[in-house]
Design a protein around this ligand. Sequence first.
Ligand code: HEM
Length: 518
Amino acid sequence: MAPITDIQYYCFLFCILLVSTLLFRSYAKKPTNPSTFPPSPPSLPIVGHLHLIGPLLHKSFQSLSRQYGPLISLRLGFSPCIVLSSAALAMEVFRTHDLIFAFRPEFASTQFNIYNGSNFFTAPYGTYWRFMKKLCMTELLADRQLAGFVGVKQEEIRHFLRRLLESSESGKPVDVGAELTRLTNNIICRMAMTTRCSGSTYESEEVRKLGDEIAKLGGKLGLGEILGPLGKLDPFGYGKKLRNLIVQFDELLEKVLREHENDGAEGTNEGKDLVDILLKTSKDEKAEYKLTRTNIKAFLLDIFAGGTDTSAKAMQWTLAMLINHPDILRKVRAEIEFTVGETRLVEESDIHNLPYLQAVIKETLRLFPVLPIIGRECTEDCKIGGYDVKKKSRVLINLYAIMRDPDSWEDPDSFRPERFLMKSRENLQRQEEIKNQSSKFLPFGGGRRGCPGASHAYTIMHLTVASMVQCFDWVNGDNGLTEVSLEQGAGFNLRMAHPLLCFPIPVAKLQPLIPTVL
Ligand code: HEM
């Protein structure tokens, strides 16, 4: 069958909506007391509010919330949802009602996942989720465990710098996004399984590619959500493709698990990778939850699909902002030069002495949260912002709007890393302001379902961006323009609309430090 175009896809979705909504409306009941429910913009009979939504969902939600308030009720085709766009309301979800909102909505696409029901990301709040969360925080993604991978991260960043240097020698621009994705994938892959794959890089490379494709297809399938239950019909076969990819992923992981089992995973966790820890836990008869083989593979899929592309995209935005703000790039470099000197490459242990670099990363995540919207579902009726929210409502939290809200942030659309810095002589009011940032700076979500990989993501972003700035000057490779286009691409992730192509120019005195052979 010839590949379908996006236009055909949208037309098809529209036709199905037209027919099915007419049927649905004849059965649907109106709420008994609509006035206590969140306000809703005027809707059309068939598409609901779809006509108000552009290709950038987070931006469309942001402009609707500016018009109708920070809590609105929408219907996107067949999908009703409540959209929340202020820090105060997010805190009601993450703090006041954290427990009843510790669930994720069920998406039609999950039925194409052969691990459905075993993933950590989508798991309902219950024994399995609590067990995995604890395992993440105390072992898998605990600082102690991550510290054991300092060498892996350093080595992979050296490889990355080497590749940049080779590109600069070839005179061709580098696709920065592709290189960063390769870097973050390689790091996660080695952390998860490479202690046993080091002899044959085939599995790790394949797992990396599949994880990447699965994440992309998952995003595409999300579009079918507007069909509601009809999305399950999988009109264009994306679901089938997704299932096939996960089956391939599964076969590779089986091989990796068997290799690990043959080598044995006894003793302490020291020097062990994530698969070792997961296998050891699955054999623990006294564990509060009996981890299955499918749980292990589903968790690995979660961290490949959710933990690599995210950091890579955030770093692309950071570099773009630094190219567009050369004065800020100079400050980051000066800080590195002052702290690290010019005789060695920056290391993980230097990061805590680089507050300005940290502020730059935070400011980028504030302006460009790579997961701009997060979904939660409540298990009980509750009140948010004084409005009634019904049990099982799908609540979408617009992190993008929250972190650009003029009521929370001064000059919200400007890139000003200084807002995250506190000087020792700062007045009390400013100290209080910085302390309060945690309730409105939410790139990793919040509450008990907040991202467990934040600490790892920060380390990778700090170290990589510091290395890129320390070793190279960056010139935009797009048609000789000085500034990088900050246009956002369509999709569920906040990505750049155009590939970030750049010429890395090595800083002469540091070039000899980039290893030629690793
Ligand atoms: C810049 C990088 C990253 C960003 C911006 C990010 C952001 C997020 C966000 C917004 C959520 C949803 C939180 C919520 O519902 O409140 C999330 C969940 C999650 N993230 Fe990340 N993430 C990043 C990197 C990572 C990494 C490196 C890993 C793993 C190594 C990871 C693993 C997860 C997992 C497993 C969940 C699901 C947690 C749950 O449902 O309990 N993330 N992330």
